[in-house]
Design a binder for this molecule. Sequence first.
Ligand code: MTE
Length: 306
Amino acid sequence: MKNINPIPASWVTPESVYLSRRQWLKAMVAAGLLSSPTVRAAYTFNSQPNPAYGRGWKLTEAKHVLNYNNFYELGPKKTDPAENAHLLPLEPWSVRVEGECERPRTFTMEALLRFPIEQRIYRFRCVEGWSFVAPWDGFELRRLLQQVRPTSRAKFVVFESIYAPDRLPMQRLPLLSWPYTEGLRIDEAMHPLTLLAVGLYGRPLAGQNGAPIRLVVPWKYGFKSAKSIVRIRLVEKMPMTTWVKEAPHEYGFYANVNPDVPHPRWSQQRERPLGSWFKSRKTELFNGYGDQVAHLYRGMDLRKWF
Ligand code: MTE
């Protein structure tokens, strides 16, 4: 089955009309007459479901995945990102890929959408204890990295999210060190499970979920999955990342899902599937992806390298 995405209003409606419609919608939201409208990136893609991932799993209802988010650029509360998604300046968007590679390059959104996009159902586990199962539309990060030809010195990959303090008021506050930065070891980045996602539930990513392009690394805690990425850098040394800088005793660089390594302030043994009130699910090592990724960490002490 093919997922054909509806063309966003901004492509078929004159700007003056959709802007006033947006203002009208905002007024309705402010008056409490509507819940906030979903602001999506303006692109279309075709994606083929890949049945090798998540076959038979029960999906989390989309409304939960779209309305309970962490995206500090759009606010610190779980409901802020959906409410403030309209602040993200989505067009034009490009991703600069540089550093230790032979062919550094800027990929426009159009170029990114030419990678082979497929739909995969993944489990997602936040370090704070909630989890969900959702279909992402995206392509393997390794396809993009192969195009820039990493050199032998490329040992790590750094992901930088949008930095636009003029548009994103949160970035004028020292809430986190901006831009939001994450990293992976090169073999983790090259792993076929590691996706650059452009869609969720068959539609272009909503602002709150990291439009127009974000990382998804399903065996790691959600904070590794940087949203609204503008720069990818290949580097030789393990980079400093946002949450390691913020609280190194609480968040490690690897951040592999591991029920046996508690967060200093809470246990990681169980998780709360979004839509449920209880921690009804047992958390699995590597979020259940151990058969595919455990070999990456052979011989490593996962308590030390948490
Ligand atoms: N990326 C950016 N740029 N800023 C953020 O605050 N939060 C992270 C991650 N990526 C974050 C981010 C955290 S803590 C989580 S759990 C996931 O995004 C949440 O992804 P979701 O809202 O799509 O579920």
